[in-house]
Design a protein around this ligand. Sequence first.
Ligand SMILES: CC(C)(COP(=O)([O-])OP(=O)([O-])OC[C@H]1O[C@@H](n2cnc3c(N)ncnc32)[C@H](O)[C@@H]1OP(=O)([O-])[O-])[C@@H](O)C(=O)NCCC(=O)NCCSC(=O)C[C@@](C)(O)CC(=O)[O-]
Ligand SMILES: NC(=O)C1=CN([C@@H]2O[C@H](COP(=O)(O)OP(=O)(O)OC[C@H]3O[C@@H](n4cnc5c(N)ncnc54)[C@H](O)[C@@H]3O)[C@@H](O)[C@H]2O)C=CC1
Length: 432
Amino acid sequence: MSNAISGFSKLSKSEKIEWLLDTYFTDKDIARKLVKQYWNSDEKLQKLHDEFIENTITNYYLPLGVAPNFSINGKLYTIPMAIEESSVVAAASKAAKFWLKRGGFKAEVISTEKIGQVHFTYDGYFNDLASFFKAVKPKLLSSASDITENMERRGGGILDIELRNKTEKLDDYYQLHATFETLDAMGANFINSCLEQFADTLKNEAEHNLEGNLDVVMSILSNYVPNCLVRAEVECPVSELKSKDIKNPEEFAEKFKQAVNIAEVEPYRAVTHNKGAMNGIDAVILATGNDFRAVEAGVHAYAAKDGQYSSLTHCSIEDGVFKFWLEIPLALGTVGGLTNLHPLVKFSLEMLRNPSARDLMQIVAVAGLAQNFGAVKSLTTTGIQEGHMKMHLMNILNQLKATPKEKVRLIEHFKTNVVTHGAVVEAIKNLR
Ligand SMILES: CC(C)(COP(=O)([O-])OP(=O)([O-])OC[C@H]1O[C@@H](n2cnc3c(N)ncnc32)[C@H](O)[C@@H]1OP(=O)([O-])[O-])[C@@H](O)C(=O)NCCC(=O)NCCSC(=O)C[C@@](C)(O)CC(=O)[O-]
Ligand SMILES: NC(=O)C1=CN([C@@H]2O[C@H](COP(=O)(O)OP(=O)(O)OC[C@H]3O[C@@H](n4cnc5c(N)ncnc54)[C@H](O)[C@@H]3O)[C@@H](O)[C@H]2O)C=CC1
């Protein structure tokens, strides 16, 4: 415990860095130089980034790539993607180009309801609590009117509050289960403020008008939003699947469907299958300044909604038509959070023509579907390594500190040779 420190948060940025260097690094000059190398030379811009979180010491770069040629409901988009993994942007771009010639992507928002809960305990009779809730519900709603005024003016606000009896799961456990429409905001802060107000009102009213003890445990939105759903899909006649990598479209369609069916019934495969979709989803979520932890948690809960973790995408072949679709819950914002603060987020949103939250839900779902299509297409044709390792080659060359000249020679060499880590090591050895 000799590294424990009290009052770290109160130190200045430089003091924090010096403490880190003294405590953990052998070559402090190199470590200090690295940390400072990532500072933006524009001090105002750096300060903006410093203030996003706490104890900031420097910036952590992720590449921002773009995938062009996405036709979504007849409109063309170039989709921004912030991600560290090679081949994801290439796969998205390739899938976009593939479907551009086959009718493009269709997407629709099914619902936009957000959820929040006040979790509380009550040791009296349920019937008493139910009558009390009925009487107090208008007060719960009106007590939050200061918070909801602006949202209501925009057409959103609180949709409903229900009392839920959870005592079969846990002694004395009840909830106020509230639903919200938060329009272009993800809504976490709005919902949490409403919930905390409900909790105060509930507690105060219970003290005077309810027999027994009512205790509020916590008030928080849920990141599980099964009624904030978006669907994206592609379809075309099986015969039109024919392309550079698909010589026999009927065989491809059957095998692709089989791969999706496997992910529907086999959790080990479903997790990896969905990871492929999340490659696209997370990259757009990050580029547009949304909360990827919230999205990840909610999407995976949805994938397990029927009691077993399963595929987020589905496939059918009916009457010679291949159809592939994805349905996911997404609580996104195009206002609030980081969206109006991070200059690259603003840039990304402008590139997407300043979408509403509903538009962004569709774009993100399409990115997920495209990514999953690209991965499963590779898996069921060439195998994943061929394309992925082709894209990963530059990372291996950089790891091996290849010179610019060596890179040119080896990129040429691997146009006709299979990329594996061993093969690249061998080839660079032969050159040197
Ligand atoms: C990697 C490709 C696209 C190569 O595919 P290819 O056929 O070698 O590409 P190409 O050189 O013929 O180019 C065709 C198009 O692909 C795109 N493309 C091609 N190269 C680039 C590039 N350098 N930069 C940007 N875009 C690129 C681009 O759209 C290009 O068109 P163009 O721009 O020339 O008009 C293909 O093999 C592929 O889609 N592979 C799938 C890769 C993948 O899914 N990667 C994710 C990481 S693996 C993983 O995490 C998930 C997984 C697989 O486990 C999920 C699962 O199991 O389901
Ligand atoms: N469990 C979770 O997911 C939690 C997430 N968070 C964080 O909360 C943030 C998101 O919260 P928000 O309340 O969305 O952001 P926010 O607190 O920045 O509020 C956005 C506000 O924008 C205003 N607004 C302007 N135009 C609007 C429009 N057209 N539609 C809707 N609202 C409009 C509204 O007053 C709205 O409340 C994210 O950064 C997230 O990481 C915070 C707590 C918990």
